[in-house]
Design a binder for this molecule. Structure first.
Ligand code: AMP
Ligand code: ZN
Length: 138
């Protein structure tokens, strides 16, 4: 897929309509068409990157700061007592659109949206996994 065909690049370039709530030189934020709750916003870098893991650090900082402002705005203007920030990286994680985006999801008590449920580690597995990650991150 080229950037020419990318859905969110088209929104960034204003080639297809979106309910844009904020934009600056590097970031565009617009309403998700299928929200968890009304006011669910997608924050995207103008520069195309396929997913979170391949996004340059400057763009990541920019979208994180805008996501904070969007979160404050949904609490203030939509009276949401909380919000979740989410990223789906890769198909296995539920990523459908291959242009990096942060979800900012307004949350209300008892709105029925479920977070992940944790599962326990097997004996010794936790240390093993921690070692692999430490090595990869070192
Ligand atoms: P993800 O599963 O993290 O890739 O999320 C993609 C999101 O994009 C979904 O929540 C969709 O509802 C949303 N979406 C798809 N097409 C559009 C569009 N044209 N305008 C706004 N949001 C969209
Ligand atoms: Zn794109």
């Amino acid at each position: 897929m080229t950037m020419q065909d990318c859905l969110f690049c088209k929104i960034v370039r204003k080639e297809i309509p979106a309910a844009v709530v904020f934009e600056d030189e590097t970031v565009v934020a617009f309403l998700d068409i299928k929200p968890v709750n009304p006011g669910h916003v997608l924050v995207v870098p103008r520069a195309h990157a396929a997913d979170y893991a391949s996004t340059d650090d400057a763009s990541l900082r920019d979208i994180a700061v805008v996501a904070k402002c969007v979160g404050q705005a949904v609490m203030r203007s939509l009276q949401a007592p909380g919000f979740n920030i989410g990223v789906n990286n890769g198909r296995a994680a539920g990523q459908l659109v291959d242009h990096m985006h942060l979800h900012v999801m307004p949350r209300f008590e008892g709105d029925g949206y479920e977070l992940w449920h944790g599962k326990p580690y097997a004996e010794g597995e936790m240390q093993e996994v921690a070692e692999k990650l430490k090595t990869a991150l070192g």
